[in-house]
Ligand binder design. Sequence first.
Ligand code: 5CA
Ligand code: ZN
Length: 418
Amino acid sequence: MPESWARPPVPRLPGTGRPPRLHDTATGERLCSAPDDVIARLYVCGITPYDATHIGHASTYLAFDTLQRVWLDAGLEVHYAQNITDVDDPLLERAEATGVPWRELADQQIDLFRGDMTALRILPPQDYVAVTEVIDEIADAVAVLLERGTAYRVPTPGTADGGAETDDVYFDIASAARTSPWRIGEESNLDRAEMLTLSAERGGDPDREGKRDALDPLLWRAAREGEPSWESVLGRGRPGWHIECSVIALKHLGHDFTVQGGGADLIFPHHDLSAGHAAALSGHPLAKVFSHAGLVAYQGEKMSKSLGNLVLVSELLQRGVPAPAIRLALLAHHYRDEWEWTQEGLDRALRRLDAWRSIRSKADGTSALDVLDQVRDRLADDLDTPGALAAIDAAAASGVDDPTLIRAIADALLGVAL
Ligand code: 5CA
Ligand code: ZN
């Protein structure tokens, strides 16, 4: 397993917080995120390693970092797993376009991401798993779905009389809906027309000949000339996208885990279908709460690799922007909001960092224990970080009886080291 990154210390605070209520994408309701036992289990979709780490990525990982910190403060343990999509079409296309071998590109970018996560004091996953490490397990899972009739083969174009080894394999969404506790659209709540559009835009192939349903997603891609491929029980090939997260999550966290997370661009098709694959494999729902961070825009459009409108964490750090100011610029927005990165937002965060760093000790000032109550209260309410920041702003403006406790609160719950 690739190493994740260094774990920052998390101070213990007086008393205990409580597990937050979290907005659940599937039901649209706020659900309690308390696990059944003392271990909260979290899966957050990791990067496809190119153009890392942009502010959109950082914002999503910070949202789930805040969730972890609130769980820890509630006295829970956290088991966190994250994947790395280190083989997939967009990565291979970028490698081809730049002439850098795909493995080299992936490794460089994973290193850069680790460095950025460390600088931002994001709590690392216990299981940090690259897809290329679990090819056999994914192929075995696809073989199980084939045996059960929940997956089927589609001949690769140009190999009409080839054998099963040159076939691609697709997931049969209708069969999965009949045989497991899942149906398509359960998580995203989209209608079929919307699903077809998003599938075409986000890595699906609704027009592929030979599929039973246009929305059936690829589970296994048979080897093609010039593409990386691995020997497996299915013949040579490589995994489709959604199945990687199902297999990695089931392997490390089991089914029915506490929270599945990612950016809102993953709600459909990725999360809807990775939950479907997992339900078809395990007979159980993948997670209890499906949680999504709003997308960060820049210069009027979603910050994305395909548009190239990126602000990179590493470039900000190189320009001398302090990492805690980057965190504060992100935490100033509710994690579910869509918002735009601007220089003014960063300037506000820099001023806030200065104000927090120069917080005054005042015997009859605000009670730091009251601030702790307020911050806990705000974070328990669907991770209201803007509300939590406001509570510390007020204390910084008035002076507090115990500045050391305020620094511990900022560190433990917001990851901001003053
Ligand atoms: N490897 C897949 C997930 S299995 C992937 O989506 N990789 S990624 O590199 O494109 O994105 C990594 C994470 O950042 C995902 O959770 C994604 O939802 C999130 N993300 C990407 N762009 C943005 C954005 N503009 N704002 C917020 N989050 C974003
Ligand atoms: Zn994923």
